[in-house]
Structures are given as C-alpha cells and as structure tokens.
Design a protein around this ligand. Sequence first.
Ligand code: NAD
Length: 483
Amino acid sequence: MSNAQSSSVKVDFTKPYLLSINGDLTTAHNTFDVFNPASNEVIARAPDASSEQLEAAIQGARRALPAWSALGWEERGAYITRYADALEENKEDLVTLLTLEQGKPRHTMAKSEVEAAIYWVREVAKRTIPVEVIEDTEQHTVEVHHTPLGVVGAITPWNFPVLLGLWKVAPCLVTGNVMVLKPSPYTPLTSLRFGEIAQKVLPAGVLSVVSGGNELGQVMTEHPDIAKISFTGSTATGKKVMASSSTNLKRVTLELGGNDAAIVLQGTDYKAIIPTLFWAAFGNSGQWCIAIKRLYVHSSIHAEFVREFVECAKTKKVGDGMDASTDLGPIQNRMQYNKLIDLFDDVKKNGYEVPLGGDIDRSLAGNFVPVTIVDNPPENSRIVREEPFGPILPILAFDSVDDVVSRANASPFGLGGSVWGPDRAEAIAVANRLETGTVWVNEIHIHGIDIPFGGFKQSGIGVENGHEGLCEFTNTKTLMLRK
Ligand code: NAD
C-alpha cells in the first residue's frame, strides 16, 4: 500500500482533466464538452473513457481489493481521514469548480456542499460495523459479521456531484470495498478532481473515477466483476440500472426521484416558517431530490400564506453563482431547462394562477429560470403530479387532514415529506401516515452520518447513511461455533 505517505496533496486545478484509473492519471482518446450553465460557454473538455479504460479501472479495483479489505477498520479509517485532509486542502478550488460546472452559488450552496462532503468523509472514516453476538450458550455461539462485497460501481447525478459522490465513496471504502465511480456527463469535473486527489493518498485501484456518457454507466451495471451498483439519479434510469444489474444479481442501492409534500396544518405560525419553506423548495433552484415540490396549506390560511410566500420569494435574486449577490443559480443543463420550458408552457396553457414568475426569458445566454409560484392548481395537473426539478412550486389548499394525507400519498414517489403545526401530537400523527422514507416535523432537511436516508415506493431501494447504509456495502455472514 504505497501511496499512503505522499506529502503534497494539492492538485493543480488549471491542468487538464484526467481519468484516474488504478492509481494513474490518464487521458482518453476522445473528450466531451462541459458547459458553464450560467453562460453556456464551454469551460473544459472532459475525458470520454473508452470501454477498455473502464475495464482497466474495474480490473485495477479487483487487484486492489484483497489488500484493502484485509486492512482493519482502523487502518482503512486512517487512509480515509487522510483523504478528508487532502480534500480540505483543495477545498476552495473544489468550491469554485462546483459553481462553474453546476451553477449553484459559490458563497452559499457550493461552499456548504463541499464542506458537508468533507465532513462526511471524515466522520464516516470513524465508523465500524461491530460483530454482533446473537447467541452465546453453553453449546454454541452465533455471530453476525459483515464482509465487503468487492468492486462497487457508483453512478452519480448532476445536482450535488460532490456530496452525493463522496456519500458513496466513504462508506464503500471504510467497509473494505473498492470503487469505480462514474459521474454525470453534465458535471464530471469536480468528481475527476476528487478522483485525482484520491490518487495522492489512497492505494492504487481503491478509488478510480472515469467520466463518459450514459452508456459507460450501463456497461458498469452489466459488468460481471462489479458486485454492487450504488446509484443516485432519476427513477427512469434507476429502473434500467436495476434491470441490467440482474445479470449477476448485483446488489443495488437506488436513490431516485421524489415529489415531496410539505403540509402546513391549521393554526401554524406560518410567517415564522416561510423563509425556511422557501429555501426547502427553492434551494439549488429546486434541483433537489428532497426539495419541497408540493406545498399543502390549510385553507383557513392559504390565501394569506401565498401572499407572504410571494413577498419572501420576490426578494431572492436569480443569477450567476459566481456573483456574491446571487441567491439562486441557473438550471444545470439545457436538457433540464427545456423540460422546464415545457412544464411552464403547460401551466400557462391551462391558465393556472401564477402570482410570481411564470415566464422564462429564452433570450438569456444562461439557463436562468425565474422563481415561480402556482396558486392552487388542480391535483391532477402536471405541476402537482410530476417532479419539476426547477424553481417552480405549487401551493395547494386543503380542508381536512384525511384529504391532505391521501393527496400527499397519491404519488408513485415516497422520498421525503414534512409536517408543520402547533399541535405536536397532531403533526406527529400526520407524519406517521405519510408513505415516505423520511418525514420531518417542524423542521426540514436535517441529514446526518448516522441517519439512514432512502425512499419508499419508486423513490428507491435501500438507504444511504447510518448503520443501515454501511451494511448495504456488505454481505451479512453468519458464523456458528460449537463449543
Ligand atoms: P439521470 O438518471 O439522468 O442520471 C444519473 C446518472 O445515471 C448519470 O451519471 C448518468 O450518466 C447515468 N445513466 C444514465 N443512463 C444510464 C443507464 N442506462 N445505465 C446506467 N447509468 C446511466 O439523473 P440526473 O438527471 O442526473 O439526476 C436527477 C434525478 O436524480 C432526479 O430525478 C432527482 O430526484 C434524482 N436524485 C435523487 C436523489 C436521492 O438521493 N434520492 C438525490 C439526487 C438526485
């Protein structure tokens, strides 16, 4: 395990982007353009890994596996802590690059994404899965051990490329597995850099990062030498990943789409929570799996709530994420921007009430979409039924708790939800009826290393984070010993 003691961990962010394969940094024969969503100018060319290069990464990972998994938790943890230190040293460059390729404001969301990711790596490095003694009698002992799965393939989306990538890397490695990671072709740059940083501190082959198109992801899901796919992305792609992973019965963790409802009950001091609800819906310009995407407000306060919410939203500035006065950045890519144009057209065509926003200025160079609020559209409208993944939010009125619970649950998704109300017992009772992997009561978007996160229904399979998330990177092995 040779790389461990290397001293300089600073990466030159002005140099070309390279694949990290089996400890080496290498170019690819082909490249593809990466755009700044605030201007649609090309900011870099990313290597388009060939299938031979992907194969080399997978075989390098296989070779690294025995030595890496043979290390104890503590030694692996020490390597991963060093990786957190190395990421920290490159933090400012990672934050800038994240804004340039993803669009989110540098001084707020990009900074907090990178910081949270580094914190995650550092903390996960300290976690273990202790052997559990299930039975210990005079005759025998039964122990449950957790052993590594092998080579894990990680496939990540474009909305939080740093955080969601490193959420996979750290638990995968600490449990004794090795990883080949493929970022979204829309946002490959930060992942290529954190791959490059990893080569300075981790043994060769333990973490490789290969960028390329969607087909590279598909090859990973079909590959017989990959034991598990850890995937975050859309439900449509998640289904394909699951189907092709069946070739060798790969383990899959699928973190997919959501259409999260927030429910504001009667009597809520809504003025106090509107700023929180605003950010929970519009943070990252709504490009967030667990963003509030349907906001249900009791009819006794609905009209006043909408007025106040609009006033709050009016104060927020959409712009280039490198500008310190920007609150909300552009939509990350043209494909998503065009989907939003279609959805905005549908809202307009149907004549729904739009007290704020509603018109996308297509003459702008960047993918800018205004903060848009739709007042009480029908429950079966596209803006209510679909995951918009942009800065547009329907605010819906409800009369009874039974009605709002059934509307909130009438979705193929089941990722997150939140309930807001003055009566704690009532709010908890509503929360208990929501069919979602996470429900927050009078707070929202709290995550933690030890808090499992995953979706019900078509929002996913399995969880990330927490003890359960760690266990998903392992085989459960029962050991029985006659005394
Ligand atoms: P996407 O499904 O289009 O792409 C995700 C990744 O899958 C990319 O790396 C892509 O290259 C790869 N891919 C595409 N086709 C593939 C195939 N056939 N086989 C294997 N890999 C393939 O998703 P996206 O547009 O990048 O991300 C947005 C979606 O992700 C939204 O639906 C959002 O809700 C969801 N998301 C979920 C979570 C969560 O934790 N539940 C978090 C973030 C985003």
